[in-house]
Design a protein around this ligand. Structure first.
Ligand SMILES: [Zn+2]
Length: 248
């Protein structure tokens, strides 16, 4: 019953396991989320190659009787060195990994495509836009988004210049009259248009939309809060990223 299996995947978590081993959590369009043991990781070259955000074709040995999957070898697609080249991009990647871990492997092909695109394009200069694009699409994939044409609470069509509020009950942007957050989560017209256009665009196209650093920062913060509210969670890795964003 034992067998060798191969599939593309990205390392989204790497933990120590026993003395000398590691457990990698992989996001794969084929396997979903999968935990793979790397034996003797401290010495092994394989583990060195399989650091966080490494994208590769992973060859594993699936021992079904023992419920254990171990790494045999890997062929690197990209180690995403751009991610490791700055704190901002590393913290951003950590946040994206946390989001993906929370999804428990559902709709893995969509997450893989999104994360792979985000990792390919992230730099120290564009991390706010990359995180924003990632989260806009993350809310969509998780089925928690809204269409930005009609208020999801009262059904009214938004006016052209309307500043949107936020409904805590639906965890969704809504019309200004249905706002229950006392205007702390407002969405001005330009920001609303950016999110709507981004929802409809592919990742690269969305990333190419031109906005100021200031607006990118505000949108990133909005999207993190939106994601937290929509998932009733608090992304732990957001704190370091937002702190850094305050300094840059
Ligand atoms: Zn409304």
């Amino acid at each position: 019953m034992d067998r060798n299996e191969s599939a593309p995947a990205i390392v989204i978590k790497s933990e120590r396991y026993r003395e000398r081993d590691r457990i990698l959590t992989l996001l794969s369009p084929v396997w979903g989320l999968r935990r793979v043991v790397v034996y003797g990781a401290q010495k092994s070259r394989k583990a060195v190659k399989a650091s966080l955000c490494t994208e590769a074709v992973f060859h594993v040995y699936n021992n079904k009787e023992r419920h254990q999957i171990s790494l045999v070898d890997l062929n690197i697609i990209s180690i995403h060195e751009n991610v490791l080249s700055s704190l901002a991009s590393s913290f951003s990647a950590a946040l994206m990994c946390e989001v993906i871990m929370m999804q428990k492997g559902e709709d893995a092909p969509s997450w893989y495509e999104l994360f792979s695109s985000a990792l390919d394009s992230i730099t120290e200069d564009n991390y706010r836009k990359v995180v924003t694009q990632f989260l806009i699409k993350a809310v969509n994939i998780a089925g928690l988004s809204t269409d930005f044409s009609f208020c999801p609470v009262c059904g009214k069509a938004y006016e052209e210049k309307e500043i949107l509020g936020f409904s805590a009950d639906l965890a969704s942007p809504c019309c200004s009259l249905c706002d229950t957050m006392h205007s702390v989560m407002i969405l001005p017209v330009n920001a609303r248009r950016y999110i709507k256009d981004s929802q409809e665009a592919g990742f690269a196209e969305g990333l190419s939309f031109i906005i100021s650093d200031n607006m990118a920062s505000r949108l990133m913060r909005y999207c993190i809060r939106w994601y937290n509210l929509a998932n009733a969670c608090s992304l732990k890795s957001a704190a370091a990223l937002l702190e850094l964003d305050n300094l840059i």
